[in-house]
Write a protein that binds this ligand. Structure first.
Ligand code: GCO
Length: 264
């Protein structure tokens, strides 16, 4: 049956940064397709526990692990614990990320470095240690959450787009090194989604809100659930010969140069 291609029953998926936002929506999708969900957060134990309870209340099999994805020692320890206590990580979604919106001339080096550390170095660290076990099993799926800003610049988000541009190329490097072990590494590039992260540029009459609606052929912000299809596809057998691809889910922004207000 064709739906079998997308069935994730019996799989275990670690989704970093899955206590809220896009990570949570993708984890829900992957969980509803049958996988056990490893929920990861770093900010607070309570928030993690609340998220795990939420997943369980929705009928999913979910387990929480609190760790900082940019701390290599802690990553190694938690991956070992997950594999020992829950089972092999079949699917890794490198989703955890941060953004700082400051113009380049005003941005502190330490702030630039912090964004690069979480958004680019951490996916390298987590993948490096998860893949070692995937290589032994000759099977695995890794999804790096890139961004529309893997392709574009924008005022005030230089560190974020540098990291996301780097993550796009890192995805291709991972695919190059690991495809021969039957490990597929791909990326998802979300466009503009209605999440907490975009709240400051979306609400209270912020001009960016109208700009995005006008700039997006679908003429709206994405709903986090819109990412579920892409996440399931790249986690499943359906994508077994797809390697190093970035799947943009952006309502068509990348397809167009945009339009003036009056359409013509
Ligand atoms: C911004 C947004 C973006 C989005 C998204 C774009 O300030 O431009 O927050 O960074 O989060 O990644 O695709």
């Amino acid at each position: 049956m064709s739906t079998e291609l997308f069935n994730l029953k019996g799989k275990i998926a670690l989704i970093t940064g899955s206590t809220h936002g896009l990570g949570m929506a993708m984890a829900m999708g992957i969980g509803n397709a049958g996988a056990k969900i490893i929920v990861n957060g770093n900010s607070s134990k309570e928030k993690l526990e609340r998220a795990v309870k939420y997943y369980i209340s929705k009928g999913l099999d979910a387990y929480g692990y609190l760790f900082d994805v940019s701390d290599e020692k802690s990553v190694i320890k938690n991956i070992d614990d997950i594999e020992k206590n829950v089972g092999p990580i079949d699917i890794l979604v490198n989703n955890a990320g941060i953004i700082k919106r400051t113009l380049i001339k005003d941005m502190l080096v330490k702030d630039f470095e912090e964004v690069i550390k979480i958004d680019l170095v951490a996916p390298f660290i987590v993948s490096k240690h998860v893949v070692k076990k995937m290589i032994l099993r000759k099977s695995g799926k890794i999804i790096n959450i890139c961004s529309l800003l893997s392709e574009f610049g924008r005022n005030s988000v230089s560190a974020y787009s540098s990291a996301k541009g780097g993550l796009k190329i890192l995805t291709k490097n991972m695919a190059t090194e690991w495809a021969k072990y039957n490990i597929q590494v791909n990326g998802i590039g979300p466009g503009y989604f209605a999440t907490d992260q975009t709240k400051p540029i979306r609400e209270n009459g912020h001009p960016f809100n109208d700009f995005i609606i006008n700039r997006t052929p679908s003429a709206k912000w994405g709903n986090p659930e819109d990412l579920q299809g892409a996440a399931i596809f790249l986690s499943s057998k359906a994508s077994d010969f797809v390697n190093g691809h970035i799947l943009y889910v952006d309502g068509g922004i990348l397809a167009t140069i945009g339009k003036p207000q009056n359409e013509i």
